[in-house]
Write a protein that binds this ligand. Structure first.
Ligand code: ATP
Ligand code: MG
Length: 256
């Protein structure tokens, strides 16, 4: 990994890039994953590279849904495995939601490498290899495990594809997504849309889950009942336009 000085003003963003590149080099992330990360960076720049108050509100609602679920599952792809392997394993442990590897660019070798990678971070019984269930989709993300994503009532799908999000919603599941683009089909179709970088969202969710784990069922249900996803989407767009406005004014460009 290239050494990035901690004092570098774009340290976090550059370290994240290094992690994704390393993911490609060790065969867990696809090359297309690099491009997806680039699109995410653009939206993160507009968001001010921080967790907004409404993103934290969505993260708490997502944790409440996972803790209330009878059969929760966390879907993992090559970008997730490269960026937050330790934290996704921690989230699985604290919420009791198993991990399932699900890939758009699926091969036995990549499935195996990702499962090995997660195991090195302490995961046990990672699902996804069996592939005995099928979603109503024309590409490889349709292949799921019967006991995992197929039968889950709550699915966390970080960095999801819009098609699969809609297919899971059509099956009557509660779908939680993490996607920095508030206008992607994914963000527009999910039950809880977390508009935040996965590198911040998953560690935040681990902390919330530790805090909320012993909450009463009624307390968790009330968090879910009061949750408003449109508020989260419109707030993300408002925050992005405010960042643009402030950056413009700071740089002496009149905001008209
Ligand atoms: P959709 O299929 O939902 O319309 P898309 O086709 O625009 O989405 P994909 O290529 O399917 O996008 O997936 C990439 C998405 O993941 C982008 O919307 C991007 O903003 C988001 N993304 C990429 N990296 C991150 C990250 N580190 N954290 C959060 N979101 C990210
Ligand atoms: Mg897509």
């Amino acid at each position: 990994m290239t050494r990035i000085p901690v004092e570098h003003p774009r340290y976090e963003s550059l370290i994240t890039r290094e992690r994704i590149v390393e993911g490609v080099q060790i065969g867990i992330t696809s090359k297309q994953g690099l491009i997806a990360q680039g699109r995410g960076e653009t939206f993160d720049y507009l968001l001010g590279e921080r967790t907004t108050t409404t993103a934290a509100y969505a993260e708490r609602a997502a944790v409440a849904l996972l803790l209330l679920a009878h059969n929760p599952i966390i879907s993992v792809n090559g970008n997730v495995a490269a960026l937050v392997p330790d934290q996704i394993v921690a989230l699985s442990d604290v919420t009791g939601a198993p991990l399932e590897v699900n890939l758009f660019h699926r091969s036995d070798a990549r499935m195996h490498k990702i499962i090995e990678h997660l195991s090195a971070y302490g995961a046990s019984d990672v699902l996804g290899k069996k592939g005995d269930g099928s979603l109503d989709l024309k590409h490889d993300r349709a292949i799921v495990d019967e006991v995992g994503i197929y039968s889950a009532d709550v699915v966390l799908v970080p960095l999801e594809d819009g098609d699969r999000c809609s297919a899971l919603i059509a099956m009557g599941k509660n779908v939680i997504t993490i996607d920095l683009n508030p206008l992607s089909r994914t963000s527009l179709s999910s039950t809880v849309s977390i508009i935040d970088n996965i590198t911040r969202a998953i560690p935040n969710m681990v902390q919330f889950a530790i805090e909320m784990k012993h909450n009463k069922t009624e307390e968790l249900e009330s968090i879910v009942d009061l949750y408003n996803n449109d508020k989260v989407l419109s707030s993300a767009m408002y925050e992005m336009s405010e960042t643009l406005k402030n950056m413009s004014i700071e740089r002496g460009i009149e905001w008209i």
